[in-house]
Design a protein around this ligand. Structure first.
Ligand SMILES: C[S@@+](CC[C@H](N)C(=O)[O-])C[C@H]1O[C@@H](n2cnc3c(N)ncnc32)[C@H](O)[C@@H]1O
Length: 240
């Protein structure tokens, strides 16, 4: 049975723990990177695209952060976030985050949430809004799927992609559809994979500056400085 509906994450929600478990090594490696780079003085965290909220709650608490706001676009995921009793839950898409109000010492947007934001204009809007919600000295932590991840997608294929992307750039090549097999049904969804240069452009347009970029291997969690050796994880600040 194939389920096609507006929000595939509503369908995935009951199986989300199991689904995340399959990527536990990668997710733990990203969490470790976030913990290492978290400002010691951070007391508040906004998580954008929280899924069921379990990960962000654990991450924030392990950093000693008490004020935790979870935000999510999927109704079913929002219900799961509320059950965890964070400081607040914002039932909103990243591109519609409030532009004013509370500010946060840390904003996390983890596991390619940005790749689920529908269009390029929406992605820039989402990043701009996150920037506007950073406190002075605050940090944004972001990881995205990397089209140039040769370790995951194969060196030959990625070298060909990298050459094509250089001579005839077209960000639409990063648009992808996928099918999850969960709970006896096939759930169709779509998302976007990024190149390192594309993310650099998006950050610049949103008024953000990367203070650190690493690649994290999707299977082993090993960290690398080479953008070909994993998904891309960033620590960003508001550009001057
Ligand atoms: C792969 S999950 C990651 C969840 C969580 N960040 C984690 O690391 O476990 C992607 C999440 O992004 C959410 N999402 C999809 N589109 C969104 C949007 N436009 N704004 C905010 N969240 C969105 C989905 O509902 C889903 O919960």
């Amino acid at each position: 049975v194939t389920v096609t509906q507006a929000d595939p994450y509503d369908v995935l929600a009951p199986y989300y723990r199991e689904y995340a478990g399959k990527r536990a090594i990668y997710l733990a490696a990203v969490d470790e990177f976030v913990r290492e780079q978290m400002p010691a003085s951070a007391t508040s965290l906004l998580d954008v695209g929280s899924g069921d909220g379990v990960r962000a709650m654990a991450l924030a608490r392990s950093c000693g952060i008490d004020t935790i706001v979870l935000s999510e676009a999927s109704r079913e995921m929002v219900e799961r976030c509320r059950a965890l009793r964070p400081s607040e839950v914002w039932p909103t898409a990243a591109q519609q985050l409030p532009e004013h109000g509370s500010r946060f010492d840390a904003i996390t947007c983890l596991w390619n949430v940005l790749g689920h934001v529908p269009t390029r204009a929406d992605r820039v809007a989402a990043l701009r809004r996150m920037r506007a919600l950073l406190s002075c000295g605050g940090r944004l932590f972001l990881d995205v799927q990397n089209r140039h991840n040769a370790a995951a997608y194969g060196w030959m294929r990625v070298m060909a992609r990298a050459v094509l992307d250089r001579v005839a750039p077209d960000e639409r090549r990063g648009d992808a559809t996928f099918t999850w097999h969960v709970g006896g049904v096939d759930v169709r969804g779509h998302g976007h994979l990024f190149t390192p240069a594309e993310i650099a452009r998006l950050l610049r347009e949103a008024g953000l500056a990367a203070v650190r970029r690493v690649a994290i291997d999707y299977a082993s969690g090993v960290r690398s400085e080479s953008p070909f050796r994993g998904q891309l994880a960033f620590v960003c600040k508001a550009a001057d």
